[in-house]
Design a protein around this ligand. Structure first.
Ligand code: 6PG
Length: 231
């Protein structure tokens, strides 16, 4: 799955840079994308990316400093961006060391500055899925699911007893390409429910993206796909 996602990343990046001269990618957090980060930093792949024309964002962040192992941007820096010649000014991390509401506001300001006066449209947006059906930090039964004024919001996640900072559904869905990376048998049940169950985005927020009508690409491993009868 990580190899396939890495090849997709490299191919899409090259095609968009050839067309537009730059490429904006929004990364997901958690553990699933880490193998892809390591592959992108490897000798097999790193020279196939024009890092000077790549601009990196995140879909969500934990309320922790970047040196925390829980930091989505921190882990991506350690596994990938510290290993490749990407200009530091091309990296737009959510500052988890700020109070969450301030971090959200600061990140929205950075998005406005980069994308100009229109809403952010990422060339590629990677997303993961939790076993509860959340994506980014759109967790079940949280108010961010209905957010339609802000592009970035802080959200208290009761089940984790922590506050996250996340892009809102509208901004995620603006992306030109949305790609889910989902691995592990523990995601098989929720993935099937998200794809084929009743539309209930309050319970399964990933449906806000997957059932939005936009084209979505999935990279799954055998475990995550085991309930989908794809054979
Ligand atoms: C995060 C992610 C989150 C993640 C899912 C899956 O900050 O944790 O953005 O949405 O993609 O929780 O996480 P795993 O890849 O660790 O299963």
């Amino acid at each position: 799955m990580a190899e396939a996602a890495t090849a997709y990343f490299v191919e899409t990046c090259a095609a968009v840079i050839a067309e537009k001269g730059k490429f904006s990618v929004c990364l997901s957090g958690g553990s699933t994308p880490k193998r892809m980060f390591k592959l992108l930093a490897s000798d097999a792949w790193k020279d196939q990316v024009d890092w000077s024309k790549l601009f990196v964002f995140w879909g969500d962040e934990r309320s922790v400093p970047q040196d925390s192992p829980d930091s989505n941007s921190g882990e991506a820096m350690r596994l990938l961006f510290d290993q490749v010649p990407i200009p530091k000014e091309n990296i737009f991390a959510i500052d988890g060391s700020l109070p969450p509401a301030e971090a959200a506001e600061a990140y929205e300001t950075e998005l406005e500055a980069f994308f100009g006066d229109h809403e952010p449209v990422f060339d590629l947006c990677f997303l993961g899925m939790g076993d509860d059906g959340h994506t980014a930090s759109l967790f079940p039964y949280t108010e961010i699911i209905y957010e339609d004024e802000y592009w970035v919001k802080d959200v208290f996640v009761e089940k984790l007893d922590t506050t996250r900072i996340s892009l809102t559904p509208e901004i995620i869905n603006q992306a030109a390409r949305m790609v889910f990376l989902i691995g592990g048998e523990n995601k098989a049940t929720v993935l099937k429910e998200v794809l084929t169950g009743d539309f209930d985005p309050e319970k399964l927020p990933s449906q806000l993206v997957i059932r939005s009508g936009a084209e979505v690409t999935f990279f799954l491993d055998e475990g995550a796909a085991s309930n989908l009868n794809l054979r």
